[in-house]
Design a protein around this ligand. Structure first.
Ligand code: NI
Length: 227
């Protein structure tokens, strides 16, 4: 399941993030890639432990916390600190799958990456190319979103970023370990949650059918959630 979440950051937050990141020291993106992905990856990143990554990372995490749609889609158990990358002209990331297990910096712990997220920080009119191409069960999806919007998709999907041919594409990306690791089960819960929200807009909250559907949602989550 691939979900577009609009307006995760306000225009002011995007502008602030851009200003902080402009001052940061960018390094070759291969530093965080596995051996195979390093051969496919041509971009720049900000070191995970740099003050800029921490400051803008906290801003992104706060925005996620106030976003009910992200919580419904990802059912997050833990979110790895957001990272930041940049594709200038000639840069790209060929098809790859993100690593399944990642170390949590400074925590001496590892987590499973179930859900991948890309948060766009550059308006689409500022660059050509740089599309995120995600191969899911319905074929290839091409994603290029307004600054401040993000796309959430299964970390198991093959994906790539096409070569940037004009301008520069900046984004934040991060992984989430979900309470529900199976993408199919997560998708059912998300679809049910959205249907309940729509039904509640049309029926009073004490309607018996609404109560019954909400019970089904929680009892499925109880059955499938692991933490
Ligand atoms: Ni990736």
């Amino acid at each position: 399941m691939l979900v577009h979440i609009p307006h995760v950051l306000t225009p002011e937050e995007v502008a602030h993030a851009r200003r902080v990141l402009e001052e940061a020291a960018w390094v070759d993106g291969k530093v965080t890639a596995g051996e195979q992905a390093a051969k496919a990856k041509f971009n720049l990143q900000i070191p995970e432990d740099s003050p800029a990554a921490r400051e803008v990372g906290s801003l992104v995490l706060r925005a996620l916390g106030r976003n009910p749609l992200f919580n419904s889609v990802a059912l997050p158990l833990r979110v790895l600190p957001p990272m930041f990358n940049r594709y200038d002209v000639g840069m790209k990331f060929d098809a790859h799958v993100d690593g399944a297990v990642r170390a949590i910096p400074g925590a001496g712990m590892r987590m499973r990456a179930d859900v991948s997220t890309t948060l766009f920080l550059t308006p689409p009119e500022d660059y050509d190319g740089g599309e995120l191409v995600i191969e899911d069960t319905y074929g290839k999806q091409v994603v290029k979103l307004p600054a401040g919007d993000m796309v959430v998709y299964p970390a198991s999907s093959l994906h790539s970023v096409t070569e940037v041919t004009r301008g520069s594409r900046w984004s934040s990306f991060f992984w989430t370990q979900s309470m529900v690791k199976n993408d199919g089960e997560r998708t059912l819960l998300y679809d049910l949650d959205m249907a309940i929200i729509k039904t509640r807009q049309q029926l009073p909250d004490d309607n018996r059918a609404v109560v019954a559907l909400t019970s089904v949602y929680h009892n499925l989550l109880r059955r499938w959630a692991e933490m």
